[in-house]
Write a protein that binds this ligand. Sequence first.
Ligand code: PHE
Length: 299
Amino acid sequence: MGKLPADARKAAGQRVNALKMAVEKAFEERLAAMAKAARDADLSATPFDLTLPGRAPARGHLHPTSLVREEMLGIFRDLGFVVASGPQVELEENNFGKLGFPPDHPAMDMHDTFWVKPLPHMPDAKVLLRTHTSNVQVREMLSQKPPMAVVSIGPCYRTDEDMTHTPMFHQMEGFYVDKNVSLANLKGVLTELVVRLFGDRKVRFRPSYFPFVEPGCEVDMGCPFCEGVGCRACKGTGFVEILGAGMIHPVVFEACGLDPEVWTGFAFGTGVERPAMIKYGIPDLRLMFENDMRFLAQF
Ligand code: PHE
């Protein structure tokens, strides 16, 4: 503008102004058109359903092992048992010794044990991960006076691993100590457990050996997979084994400071995973420990 002759400046200024206004107007119009197109697209789109429920946050629930644990404990609470617990790291004396396992007895081989460093203040006492929940029997008998009816559920450890064994598994222990307890009491209580857990089915008591009971038995129930006809799960026998049990051995009472001439009792032990597998039709024990949500979400 400065280089134009003075008399041309006004007209040139007016033309530049007019051009600027035209560009600005076109720009505004284009912006408005784009906004309108966006708004029209919104209004004509398929409407979304405001009434659809939102996505609920995932909710946790109990693991199948815990479900069966609660069910088992509930059955025994109904029968008048109290619930106790014991340590998973235990003295050899409470896991084996006081239960009447003689040192080096082959019955301990079945437990293939995990040993732990001795405690600093008891360097001579052997320490292990408990191989069964029977340590709770010992601890409760040492700390209370009968009559007593106690159940306990918790992890146990053995160096086993295949389709039906894992190094950590859960067991339930139960025992009843009083005057005049008989095998009939044992049979009544364990039959009640099976029937409440699995429905009305045959229960069979078969002689067996555990160092801490006499007589000892294994308890079988009518195979839930073939209803007793005979199949692969029951190896054609029509029965599956579910419990170890027996009348508490006098050496156990003596080791725990109870007079075996006065007191009598029965005890039993069972897995927790296996009843859960039977109850829910779970084919492989390892599924119970893998935490795969596709499996767990089914409960
Ligand atoms: N503790 C035994 C086991 O682990 C089971 C059992 C408990 C047997 C109580 C008899 C009495 O195999």
